[in-house]
Write a protein that binds this ligand. Sequence first.
Ligand code: ADE
Length: 245
Amino acid sequence: MRYDVLTIFPEMIQGYLKEGILARAAKRDLIKIEVTDIRAFARGAHKNTDDRPFGGGDGMVMKPGPIYRALESVPRVAPESLVLLLTPQGKRFDQAMAWELSRQKQLILLCGRYEGIDERIRKLCVDRELSIGDYVLSGGELAALVLMDAVSRLIPGVLGGEKSTQEDSFEDGLLEYPQYTRPRVFRGEEVPEVLLSGDHEKIRQWRRAQSLKRTLEKRPDLLHHARLTPQDEAMLKELKGKVDK
Ligand code: ADE
């Protein structure tokens, strides 16, 4: 996967990429992240990338020229390369979308700033608009990092053990079960007995029940789309009975 991030704050992106999973994946050539500074494509003595809005009003708008030229400078490695604009107006990014995007060869991420970008960039250059949640950030940079992180960990080989993404929260529409490591007793709190039993089937059942219980308690909305077996349904009925009492 090749990502191209277009921003007026390249160091915000580069700083995050120095450590962690994305840095390791880049070192192993599983992903490539190129950052393009939109300001380098601005003209005039001041290299302005923003200007006042036509029609008046507060704030500044990102000018179309520098963004357009920056986008033109990005080599397209596949005919289906997507230009994504990060904006609170976009479709909500979720795990299903992360899987879909993880199968692309190139994602070109355009980070907006100020009050927004000139509408003609949306019209001429943008394939999709994505939001990472219903709140307003000061720019698309954090959103681009969130997207690259969530997408990259789904690319084969990026995480050491392939199996771990399958067990993540959301992969079957449920939250993850509680995890414990040593010591067995911490500040008087003990690890649940079943996890020490060595009985793998019993452990699997306990974890599944815990996932269902957590999802019911914390994110009941997820249960509408979760992949549930008849045993899960029975367990949920039992748990709901306890909650109602
Ligand atoms: N830019 C500003 N807010 C954003 C959000 N919630 N998602 C994506 N990009 C943004």
